[in-house]
Design a protein around this ligand. Structure first.
Ligand SMILES: Cc1cc2nc3c(=O)[nH]c(=O)nc-3n(C[C@H](O)[C@H](O)[C@H](O)COP(=O)(O)OP(=O)(O)OC[C@H]3O[C@@H](n4cnc5c(N)ncnc54)[C@H](O)[C@@H]3O)c2cc1C
Length: 455
């Protein structure tokens, strides 16, 4: 494509993440002429493979997939990308208040503490049942739930250290923000959209059960291969104009015109595009009121998974320094060993400011506390601070603070004239996940085909 070229098509898609690529491939299959404009020099967005030699591919972004995530599993199967289970056999580590507990099913903590944490989970799940994933703002008690944070709720509903830890670990580990940053209503929506807390937090039978062979980005790469030169890389969209005749989308060296456009980027990034005429007030304010979470994803590679020989499964959760959630993310059998650690929420913001050697030292220090001194000496170490990534600016996804759902929720998927919205943040199933991205792409493609009378 030559510099400053013009493209005419039916539908312009902004963003070549899983959502945008799903939209484009479904539209293309239905006979629409599409073009996908992608800011980065690669496809996949928040899914990113990194090769570490000897054929070892690690996921620097989205990785795990669970059995109820039917949209992404269906797409991967269609594209010939199989899954395999992560290693889960052995003891899990819980570190709380500086004390380390290794356990198989339930950690040995006082029964009052365990009962308190259990009650909190049951209470949240009961509240979540009232929330419809289509319209959380219409739920009974939505205004009350959306006028307080998860931390406000926890102050009234949990009494013990373990109870508080369970709430903090959920918020930091699953939403990548602190309990004081997220609306209770958003937490209830998130629980509902995934099918419950167990689905969100566990491995077997839940969201962290499997991963994709060859890395999750392979799904995006294969979708993009099918679309060929309809995907334009290095094309950050800066301006979208709508007239009665159609849309004109301006990127670096490309101006694409179509009958409709689909914006498949997170709300915070959608708000950085200039719209003419301007977006309706509520849709723009939504983009101002849906911040991204904060995550540094860290991977340490070892000659072998030594923790397995010592009886550990590589999973840890902690309230201490460094990575507070870990997984064994190496091949199910044999070498090498790969430990994955998440630094999230306030810890991620603090460590993002730190000197890289100090950050690495703190992360590997936490691996050492969980699995012994060998964990502090990896053969290789990789990290990615997603808050610093220009075209993502945080992850895993957006979280809604108090007021966002009830004031602006109805603008989340409502088309703005000829513009439609996709991206995992707009999903009703597994919002925030790869599955949600694909589901949102399917929904947006259907919406466009209906609008164009092509269904
Ligand atoms: C560290 C990390 C761990 C995660 N772990 C998991 C996991 O284990 N399981 C899971 O299911 N999910 C996980 N996720 C979340 C999952 O990766 C995302 O939900 C999903 O990939 C989002 O896809 P999307 O298409 O909605 O958005 P994105 O992937 O963000 O795609 C948006 C695309 O738009 C592009 N773009 C942005 N602005 C513009 C512009 N102005 N012009 C043109 N292009 C633009 C971006 O470059 C990007 O390619 C994780 C994410 C991260 C980062």
């Amino acid at each position: 494509m030559s510099a400053g070229s013009r493209v005419e098509c039916d539908v312009v898609v902004v963003g070549a993440g899983l959502a945008g690529l799903t939209v484009a491939s479904r539209l293309e299959r239905a006979g629409c002429a599409v073009v996908v404009l992608e800011a980065r020099g690669r496809v996949g967005g928040r899914v990113l493979n990194q090769e570490l030699g000897d054929g070892l591919v690690v996921d620097v972004g989205g990785q795990f997939v669970g059995p109820t995530q039917r949209h992404v599993l269906g797409l991967a199967a269609e594209l010939g990308v199989p899954t395999y289970p992560i290693f889960t056999d052995g003891l899990t580590v819980l570190e709380i208040g500086g004390r380390r507990h290794a356990y198989r099913k339930v950690p040995r903590l006082g029964p009052a503490q365990l009962a308190d944490a259990g009650r909190a989970i049951v209470a949240l799940e009961r509240l979540a049942r009232r929330v419809s994933v289509q319209a959380p703002w219409q739920a009974a008690g939505a205004d009350a739930a959306d006028s307080r944070t998860l931390a406000d709720w926890a102050r009234r509903n949990v009494r013990t250290r373990l109870g508080r830890f369970a709430i903090e670990a959920f918020s930091q580990g699953v939403l990548a923000c602190e309990p004081g940053e997220v609306s209770l209503l958003h937490v209830l929506f998130y629980l509902r959209s995934a099918g419950g807390l167990r689905q969100l937090t566990e491995t077997s039978g839940a969201a962290q059960q499997d991963r994709f062979a060859g890395g999750s980005q392979l799904i995006a790469i294969r979708l993009a291969e099918r679309l060929g030169d309809r995907v334009r890389l290095g094309a950050p969209v800066t301006r979208i104009e709508q007239r009665s005749s159609g849309v004109t989308v301006h990127a670096n060296d490309v101006v694409a015109s179509g009958r409709r456009a689909v914006v498949a980027v997170p709300p915070a990034l959608a708000g950085r595009i200039c719209y003419d005429p301007p977006l309706p007030g509520d849709r723009d304010q939504l983009t101002q009121a849906a911040p991204m979470g904060s995550v540094i994803k860290c991977l340490a590679v070892y000659d072998k998974p030594f923790w397995r020989d010592a009886g550990y499964n590589g999973q840890a959760t902690s309230d201490g320094l460094g990575a507070t959630v870990t997984f064994d993310t190496g091949p199910p059998a044999g070498a090498p060993g790969v430990l994955l650690g998440f630094v999230t929420g306030a810890r991620a913001r603090r460590l993002a400011q730190a000197d890289p050697a100090a950050r690495r030292g703190e992360v590997l220090g936490s691996f050492g506390r969980y699995f012994g001194p060998d964990a502090q000496r990896p053969a290789e170490y990789v990290e990615h601070d997603w808050t610093a990534d220009q075209w993502t600016r945080g992850c895993y996804g957006a979280h809604f603070p108090p007021g966002t759902w009830t004031q602006f929720g109805s603008a989340l998927r409502r088309p703005s004239g000829l513009l439609h919205w996709a991206g995992t943040e707009t999903a009703t199933e597994w919002s925030g996940y790869m599955d949600g991205a694909v589901q949102s792409g399917e929904r947006a493609a259907d919406e466009v085909l209906t609008a164009l009378n092509m269904r």
